[in-house]
Ligand binder design. Structure first.
Ligand SMILES: [Zn+2]
Length: 374
């Protein structure tokens, strides 16, 4: 699963430190229209109580019952950021807007840097609606998706914008892939929601995210899985993006595995960023030939090769491929329970491929060269 990470480590650390001083801090407001209106004050109290319960990590009664009962992580925004949206950023409410029986709360999570400029983590929207006469909070996603089309194909509920025409051929192919893959991994296929749009920011908007740190740059396809709530989100990837589907169907059944095992297999089966494993292998091979100083014996410390290729996808994918070639799916299944730590992963490479830690650099560079010829 991809998640938005705070790239600026210093800011991250500062905030973990600051969070103790902002715990329980009162929410601030921008200009609020009709602040004395009864509905407005009820929604303000609701939102303040909710945030206070998040920061104090206590149970809350601010969220609506249906979502509380249906989802393990009922607030979809919470895990959009690492370690959490509620990591301690002061919250500034920009607007409270009523539309018929639904109220939209637009909130900015940010702080003011020493030089006076704002550092903005996110601008997100919550909805509030009355449940038995009392306002409760709702995920924007579950309300916004009512404006999208929804089509069920086999196990999958596809959600997509009105402009998109569903490609049924790809949709059925995806369903077939799920059934075959679940058979290989000896797990029961499950139903799930698959959200797709031309760009990932449309998906973010659907979730209620107007801005997130890391937004912008060149437009690349992007997929993300919420394995806890069984949601797959794909921007620019269409109906047949296998990588995230692997995560949503298989991951939870094999909890004792390293991140590289999961990401490697997802990439082997479904590519990454809309490109297949071989595409990533070719560019990694050529990059590493230009960089002989990079030591793959410590590959788990490596992160991104660039903004399209990530080491855990491409090298993890190559290692998964070699294990599959050596021992078929049974060996892959063993590999899926080979332990979570870095040492476990290196040990698994030695156990299943016979490659010692100190030989990994030579081995992988040779394999990348061979595979990049295909
Ligand atoms: Zn992944």
């Amino acid at each position: 699963m991809n998640q938005v990470n705070i790239k600026n480590f210093r800011t991250f650390v500062i905030f973990l430190f600051l969070s103790t001083s902002v715990l329980g801090q009162k929410v601030t407001y921008n200009h609020i229209v009709n602040p004395n209106d009864q509905d407005t004050t009820e929604v303000m109290t609701l939102f303040e109580n909710y945030l206070s319960s998040k920061y104090k990590k206590i149970e809350n009664s601010s969220w609506n019952l249906e979502e509380l009962e249906k989802y393990e992580n009922y607030d979809f925004l919470e895990n959009e950021f690492q370690p959490s949206l509620y990591m301690g950023f002061p919250v500034h409410v920009l607007s409270i807007k009523f539309n018929k029986n639904i109220c939209e709360i637009k909130a900015q999570f940010s702080y003011c840097k020493d030089d006076g400029s704002p550092y903005i983590l996110a601008i997100v929207n919550y909805y509030a609606k009355k449940q038995n006469g009392i306002y409760k909070l709702y995920n924007a996603l579950n309300i916004n998706k009512l404006d999208w089309n929804c089509t069920t194909v086999g196990l999958i509920d596809f959600y997509y914008p009105k402009y998109h025409k569903l490609n049924f051929e790809k949709a059925y192919k995806l369903n077939d892939f799920i059934i075959q893959t679940c058979e290989k991994f000896k797990v029961k296929p499950k139903t799930f929601d698959y959200y797709l749009a031309d760009s990932y920011d449309e998906i973010q908007k659907l979730k209620g995210i107007d801005y997130y740190i890391g937004m912008g740059g060149k437009l690349y396809p992007k997929g993300v899985t919420d394995t806890v709530n069984n949601n797959v989100y794909c921007g620019g990837l269409g109906e047949y993006y296998l990588h995230e589907v692997f995560h949503v169907q298989i991951d939870q059944h094999y909890p004792n595995k390293h991140l590289w095992v999961s990401e490697g297999l997802a990439t082997l089966l479904g590519g990454s960023r809309g490109e297949n494993l071989n595409w990533h292998i070719k560019r990694t091979n050529s990059y590493l030939q230009d960089h002989p100083e990079i030591n793959l014996n410590n590959m788990l410390a490596l992160k991104n090769l660039d903004d399209q290729t990530t080491y855990h996808y491409v090298l993890g994918g190559l290692i998964a491929k070699k294990i599959l070639e050596k021992g078929g799916w049974n060996l892959v299944i063993e590999f899926m329970s080979s332990g979570k730590t870095d040492d476990d992963y290196y040990n698994a490479i030695q156990k299943y491929l016979g490659i010692k830690r100190l030989d990994i650099n030579n081995y992988l560079r040779k394999q990348l060269l061979i595979e990049s010829k295909y």
